[in-house]
Design a protein around this ligand. Structure first.
Ligand code: AMP
Length: 338
């Protein structure tokens, strides 16, 4: 087999968590949609990562199918990009074993996300899968020889580990992997409306996030209940709650409202009620459009299934080419060696 490994400009993955919230959309997916026009992109739904903590098999299947529909709804376009499901490309796991032989126990156990997550577990045992998660993540990136990886700041340390492993591989077995560069999102990290000191996330409960497909009633209720003031503020200072509301409005198409309300804040005559109304209206417009688009996509579910299967097959071919070359270099057998 001749090495014809293609290069991928951008690689990014998302876990099938069951809910796409505004943090995921504004912080990651919206950016992916734009990148498709300028870069050769591969996106992955990483269902194997969703198994590192105790999970319900039926839910995992459902959430993976849901994420396929949601990403297509958001604008990931099979004509422009490749969107694969991780478990359909088993080469990721094989490569992660090889990469694991290049990583030290110390550096993997120093990963902050592992330390945080394992500390939070009380009765449940901490799995080896949770520990080796960053190695699988390194394989997700390196198997496509990605040059750039759009990530949030929370993934900085994992990407650093991937870069170190790639450098080690190259120096031990000869230059092969591009060293992937992080592409940090310019979007501010969106915080929870109910508690603006916490990152918007599904894990901390439904009042802490707004779903991209949430109903009008629910969106309005959550915005109305959003925390605004928290203690004493100096003149002109913005409380975390108000900042969160502005951050959200700033991401929507309602830029004129955003600018005029921000001016009101600077002039000291911002009415919180007006800000909340503007945020609720902008978010209702977005979520209503997204729900309509998702209903249209769902009507053609067999088309989505066929297309994801085909794209995963394509991703697998690329992954197999990389793995073939890796095996050659590290001295393990490829079938064609017989
Ligand atoms: P997760 O499923 O939490 O790993 O997130 C998937 C993507 O969404 C990652 O690129 C995250 O950086 C991004 N993301 C998740 N939560 C937020 C948030 N609250 N604000 C901005 N981006 C986020």
């Amino acid at each position: 087999m001749e090495s014809i490994v293609k290069k991928c400009d951008v690689l990014s993955c998302i876990q099938p968590s069951g809910v796409v919230h505004l943090g995921n959309y504004f912080g990651a997916i919206k950016n992916w949609v734009q990148l498709q026009d300028t870069h050769s992109c591969i996106f992955g739904i990483v269902d194997l990562h969703a198994m590192t903590e105790k999970h319900d098999p039926a839910e995992l299947k459902k959430h993976t199918n849901q994420m396929m529909i949601d990403l297509i709804t958001c604008g990931i376009d099979p004509q422009k990009s490749t969107l694969f499901v991780q478990s359909l490309v088993p080469e990721h796991v094989e490569l992660s074993w090889i990469l694991g032989t290049l990583a030290s126990y110390g550096e993997v156990s120093r990963q902050a996300q592992f330390k945080d997550k394992s500390k939070r577990k009380k009765e449940e045992a901490v799995s080896v899968g949770l520990f080796s998660y960053p190695l699988l993540q390194a394989a997700d990136i390196l198997i496509y020889r990605a040059k750039e990886v759009p990530v949030g700041q929370d993934q900085k340390q994992h990407l650093e580990l991937t870069r170190n492993i790639a450098e080690r591989f190259n120096s031990r077995y000869g230059d092969f992997f591009p060293i992937p560069e992080p592409k940090y999102s310019e979007t501010p990290k969106l915080m929870s409306l109910a508690d603006p000191t916490k990152k918007m996330s599904k894990n901390i409960g439904s009042k802490h996030y707004i779903g991209l497909f949430e109903t009008e009633k629910s969106v309005r209720k959550k915005v109305a209940a959003a925390m605004t003031d928290s203690g004493e503020l100096k003149k002109g200072e913005m409380s975390p709650g108000i900042k969160t509301l502005f951050d959200m409005l700033g991401q929507t198409s309602q830029q004129s409202d955003y600018i005029s309300l921000l001016n009101d804040h600077h002039n000291g005559n911002l009415k919180y009620q007006h800000l909340k109304e503007a945020v609720a209206n902008a978010l209702v417009e977005l979520t209503t459009e997204m729900r309509q688009r998702r209903a249209e996509a769902e009507a053609d579910i067999s088309l989505i299934n066929d297309s994801i299967r085909e794209m995963s097959f394509h991703a697998r071919k690329l992954a197999q080419e990389t793995l073939y070359e890796v095996k050659q270099r590290v001295g393990i057998k490829n079938l064609s060696h017989f």
